[in-house]
Design a protein around this ligand. Structure first.
Ligand code: ZN
Length: 251
């Protein structure tokens, strides 16, 4: 998710790889970084996106990785941090400060947590260290519910991962909620907020978080952005039966 006060340098036609909308004076661009196919949906957590795909999607949206000044992370699962580095380990975003939830950082950088993790989960710890390595001098850790940057406020949404954070993009009365992975597949987890995917690390906490976010998004009628929703990955949440449903934004 990228938000900025100025329009991108290049004017480009809207395409299926990205979606733009406004939150007050803030311009929000939702960019897909591609699809990872997994032979077995129950195996492991690490689904590393290819950095070349990330760069191609950013450039198609008129966003130059070299000009990105801030990257704000929801959590450290492999498919959300894989785009930070190239195959040779170098930084894709040479100018960017990297903001991370402090609890997420504490968990994934803890050797004790790593040693206690299941065999399937353990590689994700090494992956987190590797992806953040070229950014170590440029990492800021933010507290739950902190204002991470002007117009971007953290909304603690732990459960999917220990420090998972969603973000409220706000400008005046306008707001949008970046849900991250607190809700992945709307057809499953909006309709049935008490269901949980294999990727939720603390299911009871994730379910409570999901219900809280859905209630807020529906009550406040604000656009939501989900990192695993189909593009445009943006829409509004409506109550439906015993759960909710996503009304996708028009692409
Ligand atoms: Zn995740």
């Amino acid at each position: 998710m990228l938000a900025g006060r100025s329009a991108p340098a290049q004017a480009v036609a809207a395409g299926p790889a990205f979606h733009r909308f406004r939150v007050g004076a803030l311009a929000v661009t939702v960019v897909t970084d591609g699809t990872a196919l997994r032979p077995d949906a129950t195996r492991g957590l690490v689904v590393n996106a290819d950095a070349a795909q990330v760069e191609a999607a950013l450039r198609a949206a008129g966003l130059d990785p070299a000009r990105v000044t801030l990257i704000v992370h929801t959590h450290f699962h492999g498919d959300h941090i894989g785009g930070l580095t190239r195959a040779d380990g170098s930084a894709v975003f040479p100018q960017a400060t990297v903001a991370v939830p402090e609890r997420e950082w504490a968990f994934w950088m803890d050797e004790g947590e790593e040693s206690r993790a299941s065999e399937a989960r353990r590689p994700a710890f090494a992956n987190a260290r590797r992806r953040f390595a070229p950014y170590l001098q440029r990492i800021t850790r933010f507290a739950p519910d902190a204002e991470v940057a002007p117009g971007i406020r953290a909304v603690a949404s732990h459960g999917h991962s220990p420090g998972h954070s969603s973000f409220l993009i706000h400008d005046g009365n306008a707001q949008a909620l970046v849900i991250g992975d607190a809700i992945t597949t709307p057809a499953f987890f909006m309709a049935n907020p008490e269901w949980y995917p294999i990727f939720d690390m603390d299911p009871p906490q994730a379910v409570a978080t999901r219900k809280r976010l859905l209630d807020r998004a529906a009550s406040e009628r604000m656009p939501v952005i989900g990192y695993h929703f189909d593009m445009p990955a943006t829409g509004r949440v409506e109550r439906a039966g015993t759960g909710y449903r996503l009304v996708p934004a028009e692409a």
